[in-house]
Design a protein around this ligand. Structure first.
Ligand code: SF4
Length: 134
């Protein structure tokens, strides 16, 4: 199968918004303005989680974490693709701000599920996502 940017599907795709329990990569911090400050090169999730400190707020409201896409074990999986990535890319395309065409420097683009399926349109939307782990 070939993806939106013409690559053959690799064996594993990464979910760019995954709960801490499934995380393998620390993608970035949530800034006070609610945007993602991406971190490159990749930092293992366990390193970031060990430094997260105590807080009443769930770590997913402070960190963005990535992990293996679990396909049919996720409520957003449509059977063929990630419905959340598709929905976000479509809705955000209508409200994108000037200057957001430049892709953020994230650590997982090569294997990202949303980028593979939605192409660069996924990335401006991604930078506004705070993972809801409830
Ligand atoms: S959607 Fe774009 S910015 Fe977000 S993790 Fe995937 S490749 Fe990176």
């Amino acid at each position: 199968m070939t993806d939106a940017v013409g690559r053959t599907d690799p064996p594993e795709r990464m979910c760019p918004s995954t709960p801490a329990a499934n995380a393998t990569v620390f993608l970035g911090m949530i800034t006070p303005a609610g945007r993602v400050a991406y971190v490159t090169p990749a930092v293992p999730a366990e390193v970031a989680l060990a430094a997260a400190g105590d807080s009443d707020a769930p770590v997913e409201s402070r960190f963005r974490l990535a992990g293996p896409c679990v396909t049919s074990s996720c409520g957003f999986w449509t059977g063929e693709h990630c419905g959340l990535g598709a929905r976000m890319a479509a809705s955000y395309a209508e409200t994108a701000e000037p200057g957001e065409e430049q892709l953020p420097k994230c650590a997982i683009r090569r294997t990202c599920r949303w980028f593979a399926e939605q192409g660069p349109a996924a990335c401006p939307a991604c930078s506004h996502v705070v993972t809801d782990a409830r």
